[in-house]
Design a protein around this ligand. Structure first.
Ligand code: ADP
Ligand code: MG
Length: 706
């Protein structure tokens, strides 16, 4: 292992030895078609898959614990004498058995029991039993322990190793999985499960893969169980590293494939951009200029740009997107800008039209609710190339949309879409031609998460707000003081400002949320008769929603009651007060998004978090974060800490960022090294790429097959 040359050779040799990757699970004793089908639900197809199906946790059945020292929620072996055993008729009939050793007493409870069981579990009997402790009606209890009589011929044996607990599925018991892993381990040696990470990529000496796998499937009795349960044992870290590496490489491979396709080089059209900036009426911030330059440089290359722009709410991403679009147009290509909602798309249409028509550029428009005739007209303009910049919603990617010459696709606020959809859009877009791609998000993504979820994208950050903005000052006020808050809304509006009142619900029901918002709007209308109050929610017809929004934008409405539909991107600079009801129900990133709707103009802005009391500690902690900072990146980091990556990326349901073993927070420290090694492997060891990806994510087709 020490000499890189020989070990590289042996690695290549190992790759040509038939591996357990190609040995089907049915080769194992006792695995027929039926069991194989069940195993495939766990993504276990080959013997190697079985080896990489690692325990979730461990139980210690290696020693007998004293009853007096037990904690709830522990898997333990205990021994003692039965003091009493009776059938108890509570809510459910159960057999309740009191077991005692010198140190204490515990209750064993059986909801199902036979007459024979009852007959033998009598006072004075000595048993050894195994099970999970819990807090029950009479102190510590174990439900349905496994047990054996100590005077019997074969008492429940103590294990010599920690007992693994595997991720399982219906119809496969832990005992079955343990038996199969044992068989697989017997077949394993360092050739049949290849070391895929080249030695020259590991600067620090790695633990051999086979050794790590064997250890984790059945750790010895004295293994540090706390460390194992945390996932920080060196062997676990060794495998977590490899898993993160496999993910990273799979994303780099997606990127490589796309880049190999090539794209039109679009040199920067300087005069056009100068004319555009003159018409803006403001100077770009330094950050906007820097990011615009990064994009311009990408677009001038003959391979597709894949760039993510992160910028806090209000940092001015739209202008930067417009400049990118101009670079396509200036070279005779079309640019498409997609927004996640009608309201946002409409807003972009207005900005783009206002900025571009004076330059003689025609802006096209596609939305889901266009009349047929209007749509036909737009489709024709897009197909002929007459529409040079096309703004729209998802409607942009329908099958009947054909661009004459699409050079650039921009996806705004992509956070809403999730990683899967991002890949899907990308495929659509590439079906439209070999276009460059720009993705913009207002939700800052914590660095570690960005490194793992967006490894396939270059990243630019607009980390500066346009001048003249005063940070939004945020207070948390209990709902008991609602009347005061309403007064505050009145005062602000009578002073010429506008305000939002945001209603939130726990249920994911648009209907209930709409109803709640409606009721709040009615009450506020009664209590604030001198103000004109509007209402938007997800159940409104698009046209009505839009009418309300434009009335608010035009200043005809002073107070806008809304559900979280206004969360993303809406821009009304005169609105300087936002009330958020029950903010404790929302994630921090979402609150930050909402709050970003104010503080867009010159006036000092305020956000009132109107919470329902009493507030939990967790709720209090989160509201404190909101009060203390306006920095989206700080908030995103905190959100990641408090809620985990799935929630933060908004992809919990789709399971996009799911790892078998790795944990982005716990193992985030590995990522810089993962990135280096991934780049190194892509460049110098392409022969291991496929094997690494299929070993760790053979089942997640997204990344594997793009
Ligand atoms: P976001 O990054 O949230 O999408 P927008 O692009 O909607 O932000 O910009 C927010 C507001 O700031 C808009 O009204 C926009 O015209 C304005 N704006 C953008 N850049 C600047 C700038 N450099 N100076 C002044 N105002 C700007
Ligand atoms: Mg925006």
């Amino acid at each position: 292992m020490s000499d890189p040359t020989t070990s590289a050779d042996s690695r290549t040799a190992a790759l040509s030895v038939p591996s357990l990757m190609t040995v089907d699970v049915t080769a194992l004793k006792g695995v027929g078609k039926q069991l194989a089908d069940k195993l495939s639900k766990l993504h276990i197809h080959s013997v190697q898959d079985l080896l990489f199906h690692l325990p979730l946790r461990y139980m210690d059945r290696t020693r007998v614990s004293a009853i007096g020292g037990l904690q709830p929620m522990a898997n333990v072996v205990i021994e003692g004498e039965v003091r009493a055993c009776d059938v108890v008729f509570g809510r459910r009939r159960s057999l309740v058995c009191k077991l005692q050793d010198g140190s204490g007493l515990i209750t064993l409870r059986f909801f199902h029991f036979s007459a024979a069981q009852k007959k033998r579990l009598v006072a004075g009997a000595r048993i050894r039993c195994f099970g999970e402790t819990r807090r029950g009606a009479s102190g510590l209890e174990i439900y349905h322990p496994e047990y054996d009589f100590l005077d019997g011929k074969q008492p429940l044996e103590l294990e010599s190793r920690l007992t693994p607990v595997y991720p399982a599925t219906e119809g496969i018991t832990q005992a079955r999985l343990r038996g199969l892993s044992e068989q697989a381990l017997e077949l394993m040696d360092s050739h049949s499960v290849q070391e895929l990470i080249p030695d020259d990529a590991w600067k620090h000496h790695p633990y051999p893969l086979a050794e790590a796998i064997a250890f984790l499937h059945h750790p010895p009795k004295d293994a540090p169980i706390d460390q194992l349960l945390e996932g920080t044992h060196p062997y676990q870290q060794r495998l977590a590293f490899e898993e993160l590496l496999a993910h990273h490489i799979s994303m780099l491979r997606v990127r490589q494939k796309l880049q190999a396709e090539g794209a039109e080089a679009l040199p920067t059209p300087k005069p056009l951009l100068t004319a555009f900036q003159k018409g803006l009426g403001f100077q770009l911030t330094g950050a906007q200029q820097r990011v615009a330059d990064e994009i311009a440089a990408d677009l001038s290359q003959p391979f597709p740009m894949l760039r993510l722009v992160q910028g806090d709410v209000g940092s001015g991403k739209t202008v930067v997107a417009a400049m990118a679009a101009l670079q396509a147009v200036g070279n005779g290509f079309q640019a498409a800008i997609m927004a996640p909602t009608e309201i946002l798309a409409e807003q972009h249409r207005q900005s783009f039209t206002q900025w571009m028509e004076p330059l003689g550029i025609k802006v096209g428009w596609l939305s889901g609710r266009q009349k047929a005739a209007q749509r036909r007209e737009q489709l024709a303009a897009i197909a002929s190339g007459e529409a040079q910049v096309v703004v729209g919603t998802h409607a942009l990617f329908q099958d009947d949309v054909h661009f004459a010459d699409l050079g650039l696709t921009i996806i705004d606020e992509q956070h809403r879409f999730g990683v899967n959809q991002r890949l899907a859009f990308r495929q659509k877009a590439s079906g439209q031609g070999r276009s460059h791609q720009l993705i913009m998000t207002a939700t800052p993504i914590p660095r570690t998460l960005a490194m793992s979820a967006y490894a396939d994208l270059d990243c630019s950050i607009i980390d500066e707000l346009p001048p003249g903005r005063t940070p939004v000052s945020t207070v948390a006020i209990s709902n008991d003081r609602r009347a005061q808050v309403i007064e505050r809304v009145r005062a602000a509006c009578l002073d010429g400002r506008q305000a939002y009142w945001v209603c939130t619900l726990i249920e994911e029901s648009e209907m209930l949320e709409a109803k709640a918002a409606q009721e709040v709007a009615e009450t506020l209308e009664r209590e604030l008769p001198d103000l004109s109050v509007g209402l938007v929610h997800g159940r409104l017809k698009a046209a009505d929603k839009e009418a309300q929004m434009s009335a608010f934008k035009a200043g005809e409405l002073q107070l806008l009651v809304a559900t979280t539909v206004i969360e993303v991107g809406v821009d009304v600079p005169n609105a300087s007060l936002m009330i958020i009801e029950n903010p404790e129900r929302l994630g921090l990133a979402q609150l930050h998004q909402l709050r970003g709707r104010v503080g867009r103009g010159e006036a000092e802005s305020h956000c009132v978090l109107l919470y329902g009391s009493p507030l939990s500690n967790y709720g209090r902690e989160r509201l404190t974060v909101m009060r203390e900072t306006n920095d989206g990146f700080v908030i995103a980091e905190k959100d990641l800490q408090l809620r985990g990556p799935g929630e933060v990326l908004g992809t919990r349901q789709t399971g996009d960022v799911s790892f078998r073993l790795a944990d982005i927070q716990r193992d985030g420290h590995l990522l810089p090294r993962v990135k280096e090694v991934a780049t190194h492997i892509m460049a110098t060891h392409p022969e291991v790429v496929e094997a690494l990806i299929s070993r760790w994510l053979g089942h997640s087709e997204n990344y594997a097959n793009v």
